[in-house]
Design a binder for this molecule. Structure first.
Ligand code: ZN
Length: 77
């Protein structure tokens, strides 16, 4: 897989909508390619922010707390 194909599949990869074989191909490209990995991390953060905004004010406290905890566990170090 080259970078162009990886980036084309990236959105569906993040939503886990690819076939298992394609999920694995994108994952292995990301493991080897810092350029695409940077894109993947940006897109992942962007999708997480959208999801937070969409849930927004109607989000029960328990769910909000879980999301905050999950985000904290993503931080480096
Ligand atoms: Zn790449």
């Amino acid at each position: 897989m080259d970078c162009q194909e990886a980036l084309e599949l990236l959105q569906d990869f993040l939503k886990e909508e690819l076939t298992a074989a394609n999920q694995a191909r994108v994952a292995s490209h990301l493991a080897a390619c810092r350029h695409c990995l940077t894109h993947e991390q940006f897109e992942r953060n962007f999708l997480a922010a959208l999801e937070r905004a969409a849930r927004g004010a109607c989000c029960p406290d328990a769910v909000a707390a879980r999301i905050r905890q999950a985000l904290r566990s993503d931080l480096p170090g």
